[in-house]
Each structure stands twice: as C-alpha cells, then as structure tokens.
Design a protein around this ligand. Structure first.
Ligand code: MG
Length: 339
C-alpha cells in the first residue's frame, strides 16, 4: 500500500469557543492509502490539548507509511497493534490509518462498513448540534441557524454560563438540551449548576472537571440527579472500568482512542460496565464524521456535527434526515467521496 498525507484546513462558520480555547480553523490532515485499484481515505484531527499539531501529525503519518508498504488491509489487528506500540502518543494519526484500512476492506468486499459489521443502519441516533460559547446575541443567531436540529449541545465552563442555558431554554422550550463544561468547573460549581440544569430539563452534563480526577466525578455524580458523561476522562478502553460508579455515560471519539477498532473495544467495555455511550467528534470533515457514524447503531447518543460546523467540507458521506438522524451511506467502505 502507498500512503500520502496532505493538509486539510477546515474553516469554521463561526469562531468556535469552548472553556479552554477558541479557533477559526481546524488544521487537520487527509490521508490516502492506495491499494491497487482502491483508495482508502482517512483523516486525522490533531489536538493541541493532547500535544499534537498538523505538521507533526503529517510527518507521523508518512512514517507510518513505511510500516504499511507490504501490509494487507485485512491484517487490522497486527498492523494497528504495531502502530500503537510504535506511536503510542499519536492516536489521531493512528485513527486516520485505521479508518483508511476499514475503507479498503469495505471496497474490497463491496460492502458498506456498517453492513460488513452486521449492523442495522436504521438504528442510528439523531446527532446533536453544538452551540459554542458566545455572547447571548450570537447564541440567539446560532439558534436560528440550528433550527432543524431537535437536540442541542451547549458548551459551558465559563463565568455566567447558566445565563446561556437559560436563554437557550427560553427560546427552545421543546428541544433536548445537553451541556459540556469541558473541564471548566470545580466540584462545588458542578453540584450547584447541576441543580439549575436539572430544573431546565437538561439531559446530561459532559466533563465538569479536568481528567485524572475520577474521585471528583464520583463525588459530583453521587450528589446530583443528572447523569454525568466522561469525555476528556475517557480516551481509551482502559479508561472505562475505573469510571464505573463515577459517571453514567462516556463519549467516544476516534481521534482520542486511535480509530474504529479501539472505538469498538470501548463500546463493548462500556456496555459491560453498564454505561451509556455517545460517539462524538472534533472539528472534522465528512471523512472522520462518516467513519464515526458507522459505529452509531451500537450507541445511545451521537454528537457528530463537526462537518456541519465548517464551510469548506471537501467530502460527502453520512447525511441527516429531517430530524437530524444520521443516514449511513450505501456505498462500499466508508462511503465517502470527493464533492
Ligand atoms: Mg466534550
């Protein structure tokens, strides 16, 4: 197989602000894995928060190319284990290779990935639409743009954030609301805010405190009525068993865990631990979003709107119906093609 990697700069429709950062672009990397007459697509979304960047990620992918030269796409276990040992700190780059291999397997067998896995495409959930941190005036504007989405995920974790949720609830009395503090609260904040959020009919709270503090998550969860979801605290399958009793749900992202194969391990581990599951995303094109969408018949919630938040997605893959339910492509492999 022959690997090539190019920069993929995605432009956000609005400056995207969360508790710890703000950005206008996502600097991702597109991977092409050529295998005879087939080409597998992959995408990495390097995260500064995890010590990654676009140039380093592309270099890593080119190094991975040498390991893939004589590999067979069906050798997933051996190839991906080898990459995990050699590049343990590069889950986003490994995810790109993992999804390109899955794309090739689908193309070789002539089956969409979800069908190859034996999943029921009718079981996909709706995706939520994310409202980043902003002024109340901008939040109102974003809500107009988000009209077709019945489920909203509101980014919190800054001073005055309860005013944002109250305004969203006032303007959208019927919508399902979820919130994500992105590690921005203390235990005390989280317990106090959860009471307000519960009254506002919020469905769950994502990552109130920073990772590495499961005991704090447990203290919060034991004192509030709403379910907590771990995101920054649940990167890989090994993170899940210790979260039992600390949260009720976990958020799985391909770029955190290293790809579809480890995401499947996370899904089975979470189920065995009695946890609910969301599949989420970063700011991503339809390559990464569509790859992640193939997993969603197995989970409870989806937050796969990264491709909707950008204005220059070069790809076409998973689509949404009138209620923002994910519609998986019927084409072989990931089912992604260039626009
Ligand atoms: Mg999150």
């Amino acid at each position: 197989m022959k690997l090539s990697a190019e920069y993929l700069d995605l432009k956000l429709r609005h400056t995207f602000t969360i508790a710890r950062s703000s950005s206008d672009y996502a600097n991702n990397v597109l991977l092409r894995l050529r295998d005879g007459r087939h080409e597998g697509l992959g995408e990495a979304a390097p995260q500064r928060y995890y010590g990654q960047n676009q140039a380093g990620c592309r270099r890593t992918l080119l190094k991975m190319g040498a390991c893939l030269k004589d590999a067979d796409p069906f050798d997933l276990e051996r190839v991906l284990d080898g990459l995990a040992k050699r590049f343990p700190k590069e889950p986003s780059a490994r995810a790109a290779v993992d999804m390109a291999l899955h794309d090739l397997i689908g193309q070789r067998t002539g089956l969409p990935l979800w069908k190859y896995w034996g999943l029921d495409a009718a079981k996909t959930p709706q995706t939520s639409f994310t409202i980043g941190i902003d002024t109340l005036a901008m939040v109102r504007k974003k809500l107009e743009e988000a009209e077709r989405f019945p489920v909203l995920k509101i980014k919190l974790g800054v001073q005055g954030d309860m005013e944002i949720v109250k305004e969203v609830r006032r303007l959208c009395p019927k919508k399902t609301l979820r919130v994500d503090a992105n590690c921005g609260w203390s235990v005390k904040d989280a317990i106090a805010k959860a009471k307000i959020l519960e009254k506002l009919g919020v469905e769950f709270i994502e990552q109130p405190v920073p990772p590495g503090q499961n005991a704090k998550l447990k203290r919060i969860q034991e004192r509030i009525g709403l379910p907590l979801m771990a995101d920054e605290s649940s990167l890989t399958p090994d993170d899940i068993p210790p979260l039992r009793g600390c949260v009720k749900c976990i958020n799985i992202k391909l770029v955190k865990c290293g790809g579809l194969r480890d995401a499947l391990k996370m899904i089975h581990t979470a189920r065995a631990c009695g946890l609910k599951i969301m599949v989420g995303c970063m700011i991503e094109s339809s390559v990464l979003i569509t790859a992640a969408a193939h997993l969603t018949p197995l989970v409870d919630y989806a937050d796969l709107d990264g491709n909707v938040l950008i204005s220059n997605d070069p790809f076409d893959g998973v689509k949404l119906d009138r209620n923002a339910k994910l519609l998986l492509p019927n084409r072989a492999g990931l089912g992604v093609r260039e626009r």
